[in-house]
Design a protein around this ligand. Structure first.
Ligand code: HEM
Length: 534
């Protein structure tokens, strides 16, 4: 009964017009339009905007008045606060709305028909991220079209997702596998050093960092090795596929939230996805076929394709599922790492005192006579503190990249949150909250240097004041691999060079939020070798 209040109301009004004369038809249309307008305004007037109003009056009129509404902006009728997420600085805008609405702990807003909650508070973030109710993800159209619903990131919380996570954790992300890939990280680091050293003028670091990350993932996942200094058609092709997928997934798609727009595909996202998918299928299928065709003798040299092909029984994946999983790994492992390293180098260039302390530490632990080895990292304290401070001020996923979805009705911070609500955490706002951090806008790596007797601050999800890899069941499975790669490459690059700002293009910390949060103006630097025998 409650589901159709407005149609009953409209029907009752129309039925008052006894004769279907021309006037009565016009009158009926006017009444219907008026009724529609009133309903839209009633929905919109609800805190949090139209999607919350619709739920309150249409789906749940029986909700007791004791269930106070979650505060939040109304936005505009029908579309709600689409402008917040469509912005290239969504995390900034959302934080300032939360402040204005006095809703930093929990704010509700509407993205068209989608109900959203977001928190800028670490305690509430823990409540959301660690709850089994929010172990699912809302799947956007682009993710479906690009097959990501069959990969870990967007798979529904259930047996299939659990199987994929177990396989990836055992064969790709466990300490033994990460250690086993040390050699390839070392080779790529040396190649990067050689290429950076060739620049005697200022240059952009982004392109090479991205290529290095992609090559690194291609060795781990596909077992394909390439030289960083030579262009390879196959790699360039994959790079183009990753870039296109990255752009598609990072674009805020209005049709995801306004079903009446979906047929028109106004941003051409569906068309672009359907052009991309056959190319990805063709690329990855060829690699799978090559792996099938060759006999593996050495278990140590198995890549992730070999692992997936060797699965038996209930774990066995279809070819299309395998393509989705492999494609996601390449995709997720490439840009996150490159984006974070660019931010770290930017901060190092901007703070010569910090660079000089990292150099002192490297000279003490490694010495100038040799290159850095991964085993040196365990003896370093200041460099890991610098990386944590960069993760605090520039988390690559300020809204934790991908949202969560409530699978049942639940209560968060004392508020009723209905099933089907999308939940987000504004990690960027939490890591800049003056109630959590002293001088939050200052770049002070020393805050993470552990003093004697203190426990080291973990950024891996146990402390929600700084959890750039998320937390709970859907936490990033690649966090140890990602952090090891970033720390080792930064240590190697900093050990080999003096890093200096470019005079023509000084460091600009402006951000743009795509799938990850990047520097708007790519970092431009000068480097000067500092070891006599690099
Ligand atoms: C600096 C590096 C990285 C950062 C900052 C990062 C960040 C994140 C974040 C914030 C999430 C969402 C977590 C949540 O919902 O609680 C995530 C999920 C994920 N990440 Fe990472 N990530 C990084 C590196 C990697 C790497 C190297 C891989 C794989 C090669 C990877 C694979 C994934 C996958 C598959 C998920 C989805 C997990 C799931 O839904 O179960 N990430 N990452």
């Amino acid at each position: 009964m409650s589901s159709n209040i407005e149609s009953v109301w409209v029907f009752a009004l129309v039925s008052k017009c006894r004769v279907f004369s021309q006037e009565s038809i016009v009158c009926s249309i006017l009444i219907v339009a008026l009724a529609w307008l009133v309903i839209i305004l009633v929905y919109w007037a609800h805190p949090g905007g139209p999607a919350w109003g619709k739920y309150r009056f249409k789906k749940c009129p029986s909700l007791s008045s004791a269930n106070k509404p979650i505060p939040g902006p109304r936005g505009l009728p029908l579309i709600g606060s689409m402008n917040l997420m469509a912005s290239s600085l969504a995390h900034h805008l959302i934080a300032s709305h939360a402040q204005t609405c006095k809703a930093k702990r929990l704010m509700a807003f509407s993205l068209g028909d989608t109900r959203v909650i977001i928190t800028c508070n670490s305690d509430v973030a823990r409540e959301i991220l660690n709850s089994s109710v929010f172990a699912d993800r809302p799947v956007k159209e682009s993710a479906y079209s690009l097959m990501f619903n069959r990969a870990i990131g967007f798979a529904h919380y259930g047996v299939y997702w659990r199987t994929l996570r177990r396989i990836a954790t055992t064969h790709l992300f466990c300490p033994k596998q990460i250690k086993g890939a040390e050699g390839q990280r070392h080779t790529i680091a040396s190649e990067m050093v050689t290429l950076f050293a060739r620049n005697n003028q200022s240059f952009r670091v982004r392109e090479l960092l991205r290529r290095a990350s992609l090559y690194n993932m291609m060795v781990s996942i596909f077992g394909q090795k390439y030289k960083l200094d030579s262009m390879n058609e196959e790699v360039e092709q994959l790079r183009a596929l990753v870039d296109e997928g990255y752009d598609l997934l990072g674009t805020f798609n209005w049709s995801d939230h306004l079903p009446w727009l979906a047929d028109f595909d106004p941003q051409k996202i569906r068309v672009r996805c359907s052009n991309l998918v056959p190319k990805v299928n063709c690329f990855v299928s060829r690699i799978i076929a090559e792996h099938r065709g060759r006999a593996r003798t050495n278990a140590e040299s198995r890549d992730f394709v070999d692992v997936l092909l060797s699965l038996q029984g209930a774990d066995q994946l279809s070819d299309s599922d395998m393509i989705a999983v492999l494609w996601e790994m390449i995709f997720r492992g490439t840009d996150t790492v490159a984006v974070l390293i660019e931010w770290i180098l930017a901060r190092i260039v901007l703070h010569p005192d910090v660079l000089s302390r990292v150099h002192d530490e490297l000279d003490k632990v490694v010495g100038r006579s040799r290159a850095v080895d991964e085993s040196d990292l365990t003896n370093m304290v200041y460099l890991p503190a610098v990386i944590k401070e960069v993760l605090r001020l520039h988390p690559p996923g300020p809204l934790l990249s991908w949202a969560r979805l409530a699978i049942t009705d639940t209560t968060i911070d004392g508020y009723h949150v209905p099933k089907g609500t999308t939940a987000m955490v504004n990690m960027w706002a939490i890591t800049r909250d003056p109630q959590e951090w002293a001088d939050p806008l200052e770049f002070m790596p020393d805050r993470f240097v552990t003093k004697e007797g203190e426990v080291e601050f973990s950024v891996l999800g146990s402390d929600l004041r700084l959890a750039p890899f998320g937390s709970g069941r859907r936490t990033c499975p690649g966090k140890n691999l990602g952090l090891t790669t970033v720390t080792f490459w930064v240590a190697s690059l900093v050990h080999e060079f003096e890093w200096l700002a470019s005079e023509e293009n000084p460091v600009d910390l402006s951000e743009v939020l795509k799938l990850s949060c990047e520097m708007v103006n790519p970092l431009c630097v000068n480097v000067r070798p500092r070891r006599t025998a690099p």
